[in-house]
Design a protein around this ligand. Structure first.
Ligand code: AMP
Length: 409
């Protein structure tokens, strides 16, 4: 009965395409100051610049990617208030402690997260919260797993839409690949289930939504922020590449932000598991496509390696700092510019950042800077937490005592 009610609710929910701007931050401002996690306002301060990267790096050593529980509860509470299903909210307003009280449940058990084997997930397991957004084939809702209280995002894909859009293979690939990835800067896919009409993906909830919207709002990012995002992207890609996964569709639209503003790489629809590290299909978005993936006269097939993601990382770095992609033009001209590597970095971009961009946007894939070196590039080093940087570098180069000596600032 409960399942039917929830299903009918899904059918009738209207979905906005917009994320509420920094929705969870409303709560965070008042609550997160009590915990170790920074509030969104704090994140914008100088003192917390380092936190973005620090949080990401701290998480790398653990298997858990779950963000602080209080913020999860808060998101859920905000959602319930918005949806008008507010008994927990009413309880909160009256000051009574409830099962939604974050202090009462510091670490809820997460059956989705811990399961080593697929479990029979079903819609009845979830309470449905507010719509988070709408993609080409799916709508995404904030949901709460009933037993554990665990907050996640549920993506609902309609099978007939996938069929018409010829996207079934893409979704299958997304599920196969993403469910095997566990990294703090890669969006978790906890599981999936389906009924006769729909496929449901149970995803980690990215509290700050699409990076793309933040970029449009800010026009371009300050260098410290761009550097920290790029460092996290490099870490995420390095992890994927080690597992022989190339993403192939890196762009701001495919990156979400966690509650602390940390990178969550998502949209693995175009990604591929290529143990041989060579592929020959054309995919991705034109602005971000590397030259080796473009059709070139005289070449029957284009082969490429995971270094395609390095090129896209260069485009991303440029777009973060400049506010637009480096080869943006009409489709024909964009292709031509990409094939020639024709772009100019505006003078307001620092020489260090320009250096990294030009080392990534290299026509010959083999000559692009490696992800290891991206993470040790002076521009990245300059804006990353000193302690973390030191740890990272010392673990690779045990003879070095202090990494600051070789900084080129
Ligand atoms: P997609 O179909 O993956 O493009 O998702 C559509 C929109 O839903 C995105 O643009 C985001 O705004 C939102 N969204 C998707 N997945 C999540 C998630 N895991 N957490 C928060 N918001 C999400």
């Amino acid at each position: 009965m409960a399942t039917r009610a929830l299903e009918s609710r899904f059918e009738h929910l209207s979905v906005n395409d917009e994320n509420e701007p920094l929705d969870g931050s409303k709560y965070l401002k008042s609550k997160m100051t009590n915990s170790a996690a920074p509030s969104s306002s704090q994140l914008s301060q100088n003192a917390s610049r380092a936190n973005l990267h620090k949080i990401a790096l701290q998480n790398q050593s653990t298997t858990s990617t779950i963000v602080a529980v209080p913020s999860q509860t808060a998101q859920w509470r905000a959602s319930r208030i918005q949806n008008g299903s507010g008994s927990p909210a009413r309880k909160e307003n009256s000051g009574a402690s409830s099962e939604f009280d974050e202090t009462a449940r510091v670490e809820p058990k997460n059956p989705l997260y811990d399961l080593p084997m697929p479990k029979q997930f079903h819609l009845g397991m979830f309470e449905i919260g507010r719509p988070l957004g709408k993609g080409k084939f799916g709508r995404v809702y904030l949901v709460r797993e009933r037993n554990s209280g665990f907050i996640c995002a549920l993506k609902v894909l309609h099978k007939n839409e996938l069929k018409h859009g010829d996207a079934e293979k893409q979704v299958r690939r997304e599920i196969e690949i993403q469910s095997n990835l566990r990294h703090p800067n890669v969006l978790r896919l906890f599981g999936h289930f389906h009924d006769s009409k729909r496929i449901f993906l149970i995803l980690e909830f990215a509290g700050k939504g699409e990076l793309y919207k933040h970029l449009r709002r800010e026009n371009r990012f300050p260098e410290w922020k761009a550097a920290q995002y790029i460092a996290q992207m490099a870490a995420a890609l390095q992890y994927c590449h080690k597992k022989h996964i190339m993403h192939r569709d890196i762009k701001p639209e495919n990156i979400l932000l966690g509650i602390h503003g940390e990178i969550k790489l998502s949209d693995f629809g175009w990604s591929v598991h290529a143990p041989s590290n060579r592929r020959d299909t054309l995919c991705g978005t034109l602005d971000y496509l590397p030259p080796e993936m473009l059709k070139q006269p005289g070449r029957v097939k284009n082969t490429y390696t995971n270094r395609v993601d390095l090129w896209s990382l260069g485009v991303l770095t440029y777009e973060f700092l400049v506010g637009e992609a480096p080869f943006e033009d009409t489709p024909v001209l964009t292709q031509r510019k990409i094939l020639r590597g024709e772009m100019t970095v505006p003078p307001f971009v620092s020489p260090e950042a320009k250096d990294l961009i030009t080392r990534l946007l290299v026509l010959d894939p083999d000559k692009r800077i490696s992800l290891d070196h991206v993470q040790e590039h002076p521009w990245i080093i300059k804006y990353c937490v000193k302690g973390e940087r030191k740890t990272m570098r010392e673990s690779k180069k045990p003879d070095r005592k202090d990494s600051s000596s070789d900084r080129k600032e």
